[in-house]
Design a binder for this molecule. Sequence first.
Ligand SMILES: Nc1nc2c(ncn2[C@@H]2O[C@H](COP(=O)(O)OP(=O)(O)O)[C@@H](O)[C@H]2O)c(=O)[nH]1
Ligand SMILES: [Mg+2]
Length: 250
Amino acid sequence: MKLSILVPAYNEQATIREILARVRAVDVVVEAEDGNLGYPLPPGVKGPIRLEKEIIVVDDGSTDNTPDLLRQEAGQGDVQVFFHAVNQGKGAAVRTAIQHATGDILLIQDADLEYDPRDYARLLQPIVEGRAAVVYGSRFLGGPRKAMLFWHAAGNKLLTFITNILYDAILSDMETCYKVFRAEVIKDIPLRARRFEFEPEVTAKVLKRGYRIYEVPISYTGREYEEGKKITWRDGFLALWTLIKYRFVD
Ligand SMILES: Nc1nc2c(ncn2[C@@H]2O[C@H](COP(=O)(O)OP(=O)(O)O)[C@@H](O)[C@H]2O)c(=O)[nH]1
Ligand SMILES: [Mg+2]
């Protein structure tokens, strides 16, 4: 079973090497028992499974040193790198990565250090066992985390709450970066988002297609705006509009 790790990267010269080192270092061993729900383990397999990894980085037209650093990383430990000629946004970068992914399971990994690849096994277990087709890692389910800014957490919770009302779900973290999909699920969904409205779009479309999203707790070490955090309240309004729009169109 193969895992594709999709890494959108825009001006991440401070962290790109470290995150790729962490991703490469993690040995993805999933304790699994066949859940008999449509995604069977290889015949006879019971107990721990080691997943093969492929790492697909998309440089989103970075103007700092990220492209040079990525050229050095390409080819090392299953890292493949693709370049956007001009900056398009996280959604566009993830969509490019999805097109190139060849794994059975696709996982999105931001290029900063807010999320911890050591959480992969836990994120993958429900999919490997056949209990889920889509898993989100939640920052609000009791995992260890650095305190977030109040308004940042409130914005996240509000958008998640609106998602739950519009799409009949009980998610705790719609905006999480850690979203994991069986390959055919995400490859079959037409996605249009160019920027941060990727998160609400993909969540809306997955829920509309009847998949129940499985959530697991993850750890989170949010970065500060001085360290390069870029999301702002404007992205919150775009997310809100995206949630409402996809309730009615596809
Ligand atoms: N901000 C931003 N991030 C992008 C873009 N294209 C790709 N990304 C990547 O998308 C991921 C999420 O962005 P980030 O700035 O960490 O979002 P935040 O932590 O929520 O502020 C990171 O890996 C970025 O490098 C873009 O145009 N703008
Ligand atoms: Mg981030």
